[in-house]
Write a protein that binds this ligand. Structure first.
Ligand SMILES: [Zn+2]
Length: 237
């Protein structure tokens, strides 16, 4: 199980669950029946707490309480290798009556909430897509978009997975952390929640496409897709 906490740098909290299944461990921790063994790691290596090691730059000291934002924590990967891109409620569904052209779902979360890859795969798109609808000029992604004046996905990432499915993550706050051609693993951070492109406020617009078709014809309901893969949207608990 991996949780993330934030100081000046991203750090990762790794719970050494041993032979206990992570979800069971989390339940036991919540019930106060056991205490997790925590180990701070950074980029996969233990932080150096001695002297002026890298740990000091996070402003944390050994034993200090760590804030784990609930919107970031996720329960881990499903047996099928999928995980929700972030742990947040679905506030707008796939092709609803009110929004028949909405080819994804909207997950409400605070600006800067990390967005992770729903499954492993290869990045096939990573750029700013934001157009001023009044004259077709570039709106730009270094400012928020407008729900009426801006079209496009904003800063976004597309990933193609082993079954030729494509997942799409829109409206990131800044340039994604991954580039075209990068292989990403399930749960790897792609960027953070923002409101670039056609957006009325910070959220993740998440799409799932099948048959390698990034267009509207390939889009399927992400809620059904993720539920079928053991990683339902809207929270693990
Ligand atoms: Zn949306």
């Amino acid at each position: 199980m991996f949780w993330r906490a934030y100081g000046c740098h991203v750090i990762t909290l790794e719970i050494m669950s041993g032979s206990i299944r992570p979800v069971l461990l989390a339940v036991l921790v919540l019930l106060g029946l056991t205490a997790p063994q925590l180990r701070l790691v950074s980029d996969g290596a233990p932080l150096d707490w001695s002297g002026t090691g890298t740990g000091g730059s996070d402003g944390l000291s050994p034993g200090a309480p760590l804030y784990v934002p609930p919107a970031i924590a996720h329960g881990g990967d499903s047996a099928q290798g999928w995980t929700q891109p972030l742990d947040a409620p679905v506030v707008s569904g796939f092709r609803t009556f009110e929004r028949p052209g909405h080819d994804g779902v909207d997950l409400a979360a605070s600006r800067y909430t990390p967005i992770v890859a729903a499954a492993s795969g290869t990045v096939i798109s990573s750029y700013c897509d934001a157009i001023d609808v009044r004259d077709g000029s570039a709106w730009g992604c270094y400012r928020d978009g407008d729900p009426n004046l801006t079209s496009g996905c904003g800063w976004h990432v597309d990933i193609i997975h082993s079954g030729q499915e494509i997942t799409r993550y829109c409206h990131m706050v800044s340039q994604p952390l991954v580039s075209v051609g990068d292989f990403v693993s399930t749960g790897q951070e792609l960027g953070q929640v923002g409101s670039t492109g056609n957006s009325s406020g910070p959220h993740l617009h998440f799409e799932v496409h099948v048959n390698g078709d990034p267009g509207s014809g390939g889009a399927v309901d992400p809620e059904t897709w993720m539920s079928d893969r053991g990683a339902p949207l809207g929270g693990w608990w």
